[in-house]
Write a protein that binds this ligand. Structure first.
Ligand SMILES: [Zn+2]
Length: 141
């Protein structure tokens, strides 16, 4: 699953890899702890011996929020008070948790039974050329 990637363990690298539709974490090569977003130093080992590892992109919904008034980019996509969207914390199968858009749930009828819903990663490409950005999302399996 992993190959040698010579990028620093930063949020910028994480986003660049996301642009290649790869969900990557940093793994401490000593204690195997996983860091998402990546960090350049293992707080346990106090070592900079890290490696990029690709995650499965599978997990479960741990928490969620329905957003009625989003940032301008989301308003531009048509999300409003009448058409809200869901963001959440996804507990990945490999352990780390990450916040992301959640797709496939009816934001108009939020329900606590959503907790634990199985999800799989989806990459949302927005914009063109230099403005292109990839946003992390997860969709109900
Ligand atoms: Zn470590």
């Amino acid at each position: 699953m992993s190959d040698t990637i010579s990028l620093p363990f930063t949020a910028a690298s994480f986003n660049r890899l996301l642009g290649e539709h790869r969900l990557m974490a940093a793994r401490c090569t000593r204690c195997n702890a996983l860091f998402l977003p990546p960090r350049s130093l293992c707080p346990t080992c106090r070592q900079e011996s890290l490696a990029w590892v690709e995650l499965s992109g599978r997990g479960a919904l741990a928490a969620f929020t329905v957003i009625y008034v989003g940032p301008s980019a989301m308003i531009a996509e048509g999300y409003t008070r009448e058409n809200p969207y869901v963001t959440g914390i996804v507990a990945l199968d490999e352990g780390p948790q990450i916040s992301a858009r959640i797709l496939g749930l009816d934001a108009r009828n939020p329900d606590l039974s959503w907790i634990g819903t199985r999800l799989t990663v989806e990459y949302l490409d927005r914009g063109e050329g230099d403005q292109r950005r990839t946003f992390l999302a997860f969709r109900v399996v």
